[in-house]
Design a protein around this ligand. Sequence first.
Ligand SMILES: Cc1cc2nc3c(=O)[nH]c(=O)nc-3n(C[C@H](O)[C@H](O)[C@H](O)COP(=O)(O)O)c2cc1C
Length: 160
Amino acid sequence: MLTVMSDTHHLLIVWHSKTGNTERLKDAVLKGARHPDIENVEVRCLHTSEAGPDDLRWAHGVLLGTPENFGYMSGQMKDFFDRTYYEVEDELKPLPFAIFISCGNDGRGAVREIRRIVKGYPFNEVQEPVIVRGEITEEGLERCEELGMALAAGLEVGIY
Ligand SMILES: Cc1cc2nc3c(=O)[nH]c(=O)nc-3n(C[C@H](O)[C@H](O)[C@H](O)COP(=O)(O)O)c2cc1C
């Protein structure tokens, strides 16, 4: 039997945005993850409503992006966890992951609560969260681009 080995790494981005700010961050994260110098990483970028257990089974690394709402992640990001936890609980190896947040003036509650939940998956946080407070700035977009690039490059060279 012929076994074909693939060295392609899979990076999953799951995001939600109500008014478009986190979506802009996601675009920057995606741009970084798809940097032309990174050749062996396939990126799957899904709105929370489209993402499910099979996407987590496919992934070798995960990026999660959400607004902070009422000191928490968005309801749709929570729904993504609710819909996937039991389905993948016993199947996943620890996955490298990182968080990006758009918020008014805080963001820490969303980060804290995502961290609590992902302990159960389990994910390993390999980069500091990117929190962009207030208006989306070029500097914030650059940090997101760097985050996407860091995850993809890290998967490619096998440091995670
Ligand atoms: C219902 C609601 C609750 C919010 N709660 C918080 C909050 O607890 N902390 C904060 O910093 N910003 C809060 N915000 C501000 C949003 O996080 C901010 O506007 C963010 O950029 C929205 O991202 P989006 O455009 O991707 O939906 C809240 C906004 C809404 C609409």
